[in-house]
Design a protein around this ligand. Sequence first.
Ligand SMILES: O=C(O)CCC(=O)C(=O)O
Ligand SMILES: [Fe+2]
Length: 345
Amino acid sequence: MGQVDPAFIQELQHRPNLSFTVDDGIPTIDLSRPRDDPSLVTEIGNACKKWGFFQVINHGVPAEKRSRIEDAARSFFALPLEEKTKVRRDEKRVLGYYDTEHTKNVRDWKEVFDITAHDPTCVPASYYPEDSEVTWWRNQWPEHPHDMREVCEDYVAEMEKLAFRLMELIALSLSLPGDRFRGFFDEQTTFMRLNHYPACPSPLLALGVGRHKDAGGLTILAQDDVGGLEVKRKRDGEWVRVRPTPDAFIINVGDIIQVWSNEEYESVEHRVMVNSERERFSIPFFFNPGHSLVVEPLREVAEAQGRPAKYKGYNWGKFFVTRKRSNFMKLDVENIQIHHFKITS
Ligand SMILES: O=C(O)CCC(=O)C(=O)O
Ligand SMILES: [Fe+2]
């Protein structure tokens, strides 16, 4: 990536600080308890409410599956560009290798490899609301490393189990039946990303990922020991860093949970700082519902709150493909956001 191209440069107010705070107040939750353990449910609920972010330990994902995918990611990104571009993403094949993603119209200092969790995945063919045609997203697998496909598929299966367990705990924490969200993930549009953030000559001008909220249901992130993920602390709006914790996963509530829970829980802004010494790797798993789902506040949650629904329903598939499009190219308009569906009266 060489010297910093102006496309990477953040506006002054969005640039990171040289000094940063690691906030150990971000909860760490031990999952080695029975599925519906009341203290566990309470901890999950508090973490979602207060932080929107937490880490989990003793989550049951075998360490060996994680280290295999981490190794595969390292070998893939170490390949020459011409090899990586053989599985390059384009407007037709939206999964695969990509190094020019933009967040809020500024280029991110990273390269990625995207796969869908269920291959093929059905999504709307276009973002036009009146067009009901669908299309299928398919994975592209590189030749190297030779076991990339197997390693990713094994890891995805583990992530999915963990995601369902977490959604169950979140449901219980909202006084809902444990399986309340389950059916929403039929024909899921979940995808996973391998991120590589190369060392950056100007880490105070660029970001690995610009500030954003995750649009989907729930994100499960594996980060390495370098650090760089920053969360906008709800209490005071300060950017604070999530401490890299060996074997832990970082969980965050996405926009969809914010809507389902009628803002009982909020999706929190986060970003990634890069540094001039060390490259960094991370693997987010974005747990998303089926494309045809209309996302709206759950009636029973709004009733229990004694408040009206705060959002109009929106079609997840259309939202998702609109967002993908704007990640793909620099647009003149603001990216689609859930606040566009907020009921303001
Ligand atoms: O790399 C990270 O730590 C987080 C990446 C992220 O927020 C994203 O890809 O949505
Ligand atoms: Fe994110």
